[in-house]
Ligand binder design. Structure first.
Ligand code: SIN
Length: 376
């Protein structure tokens, strides 16, 4: 049963927390320049951005008093993957640390496996503080910002070490703030692994993808990259991928080893080509207003916990993907297809034109910083 309530668009102005009297109390400013006086502008911007989509409103309002010590704060954290994936375990680690150090004052409720809502819905629910946290793939923020598209460029990173170096670059710090004006505060990037391509026919050269349909996330870059190899990209929610493959609505997909394993995608795909062609990375987000209205002592402790969790995510992702790859391959060694250097080069070359198409939207300096991470 859903733990959230849907409201119609017309109800927003009447019940939004943005108009709540407590909103005008002084709040500690973290990395944002948000202030009480821009609440109306913020709300109008939100309306502009989400017009045309179904809208959520909070049923549980956030803090009533900035410095109250006797109330409990609930952080609903919704995500779409299984609990034993890099994201699931990172969320669990956050919860564990909060339980240990803020037990009683802050309660983290995790809703994995799309049980509460899809990623798309969760972005809207987060904006309206109906849930307080998400870690959605950056690719799904495509309609809110073009800057995060850098992470979607095909064959951008040589390996996860390069990803790690890029995530330490100051450019990524800026990227973390690109949704500040939407009332969404970035807490960190959670790298989840490089993606592999799967289908029921062998995919060894770009030519093999011609005419085949592939599920993609909500990303214009992914759409363009599949079009460059004359494939047919189809945007689909993660929770629908298994069934779409099973019934043959789509021919293939791409994802991390962890998602291919935990979502049982390997059961409905005969071949997985180890392409490592794209990165899966999440942006860990909290509703800004919820965060800023927490008592300072709680914010301080949460900031420490956030840093601790961020420091562990990469190692967890690398280990889980390696284990899940191993399990799939041991179960059926013929499923794994590895590319020769020349085949890999063909895929790289075929998809390279996509970079030029998105270069201006992303910004040359961000792409340069990502490339630099490959060479460090
Ligand atoms: C995930 O959050 O890992 C799922 C991303 C997808 O839609 O493939």
């Amino acid at each position: 049963m859903s733990a959230v309530t849907r409201y119609s668009f017309d109800q927003i102005g009447k019940e939004s927390i943005i108009g709540h009297p407590d909103r005008l109390k002084p709040i500690r400013i973290l990395r944002l320049n948000a202030n009480a006086s821009n609440a109306a502008v913020h709300f109008m911007n939100l309306k502009k951005h989400i017009l045309g989509f179904s809208i959520f409103l909070p049923i549980l309002l956030s803090a009533c008093s900035d410095q109250s010590t006797d109330r409990q704060y609930v952080i609903k954290f919704s995500h779409v993957v299984a609990a034993d994936t890099p994201k699931g375990l990172s969320a669990e680690l956050f919860k564990q640390k909060v339980d240990e150090r803020l037990g009683g004052q802050v309660v983290v409720e995790i809703y994995p496996s799309s049980q509460l809502m899809s990623d798309d819905d969760s972005i809207e629910a987060l904006a309206f503080n109906e849930i307080q946290m998400t870690a959605v793939s950056v690719s799904k923020y495509n309609r809110f910002t073009k800057k995060l598209q850098v992470f979607d460029l095909p064959f951008l990173f040589n390996d996860m070490d390069a990803v790690g170096r890029f995530l330490e670059h100051e450019e990524t710090d800026r990227l973390l703030g690109v949704l500040d004006d939407k009332g969404l505060m970035g807490l960190g990037f959670w790298p989840s692994g490089l993606k592999q391509l799967s289908a029921n026919t062998p995919l060894l050269e770009p030519e093999d993808a011609r005419g085949r349909s592939f599920r993609i996330q909500e990303s214009d870059v992914f759409e363009a990259q599949f079009l460059t190899v004359d494939a047919v990209p189809q945007k689909l929610a993660f929770g629908e991928v298994y069934q779409a493959l099973q019934v043959g609505t789509i021919d293939g997909q791409d994802n991390t080893w962890s998602n291919i394993y935990s979502e049982k995608i390997y059961e409905v795909q005969d071949y997985i080509t180890e392409t490592n062609h794209n990165l899966m990375v999440y942006i860990w987000m909290v509703n800004t207003e919820f965060w800023q209205r927490l008592p300072e002592a709680i914010q301080d402790e949460l900031e420490v916990i956030v840093d601790e969790v961020n420091a562990e995510v990469m190692a967890m992702a690398i280990e889980i993907n390696a284990n899940d790859r191993e399990t799939i391959v041991q179960n059926d060694p013929d499923k794994l297809l590895q590319l020769t250097p020349s085949q890999l080069e063909q895929w790289r070359e075929a998809m390279k034109p996509v970079w030029d198409r998105f270069r201006d939207e992303i910004g040359e300096e961000v792409i340069a910083a990502a490339l630099e991470a490959n060479n460090s």
